[in-house]
Design a protein around this ligand. Sequence first.
Ligand code: DP6
Length: 340
Amino acid sequence: MRSATASAHPNIALAKYWGKCPGSANVPAVPSLSVTLSGMSTTTTVSFDDTLLHDELVINDARMGGRSLARASALLDVVRAEANMTARSARIVSKNDFPTASGLASSASGFAALALAAVRAAGLDWSLSQVSDLARRSSASAARSLFGGFVELDGGEGGEGGVACARPIASPDSIDLRVLVCVTAEGAKSISSTCGMRMTQETSPYYDAWLVHARRLFVQIRSDLLAGDFHAVGEGAEKSALGMHACAMAAGIVYVTGATLAALAEVRAMRAEGIDAYATIDAGPHLKCLTTSRSMHDAKERLLRVPGVLRIVETLPGEGACITQESLGQESPAQGKPGR
Ligand code: DP6
């Protein structure tokens, strides 16, 4: 048996991706820029085991089937083909220390950890960029979680077989940023991002405008980040989130709840009073407050008093994915491709 365990953090996009290029390569329609967050993590073990008849997936102690297992097996199929071990099944055991599938980017950290653990367990000597590209094919935002700090992901120009690479552009300490994740629900969200994006692309009257807006915001946020301007980055990130949600809402996709909007109003009230606070919201009901070390304490106290905010997870820019354990047995199924 060969196994490897990897750990990865979620990331939140400051400049959002929403919408895909045509084709099946899972290439985002627009570029995005995220920050990888320490304070939440997914840990995944992949074990290739000759005694298994098919792949198995266990997330947070629950046996998974259906689409979740199919997505994980599709990623393993790529790894198996590269490592000449097509007949071998695997057991995947994964744990999140935060709500799963609820818009807290569990698919980002989940597929990043799965890709890294699978590649290493198969004995493939791949660069982090190759692992990132593998993760991107399963969930585009996962490509960014392989790297630490601030990470950009290309948007493709469209077409079958397109590519989009992720790369780090600034270290975790390049701006003073703290992220308060305001958890407003513990359950899974009702519409997956993949499905929400598809419906937005097909029916939102604002989708074309979003593509133009998102690309401009990406360029602006990237340059504000590299200039170290927290307020400009926060302003751009809030615009990106609101633009994405406005576009999705026009297609009938509503991720926000009353608690999300109440928290957004509180962030804006704090800002008017001189507290460093901006909001971003992904494909779920949670609000993430972008703040600084100076304002974090005040912002947390105020947000905890908002009705519907259940708890707050304090996070800050962190490192990329890493291998925490491996056991590669005797044989080398990836002959000619030594493990690192
Ligand atoms: C709102 O990466 O979860 O978080 O590629 O279909 O799995 P799939 O979608 P996913 O979408 C992320 C959407 C977002 C914005 C972002 O992270 O850029």
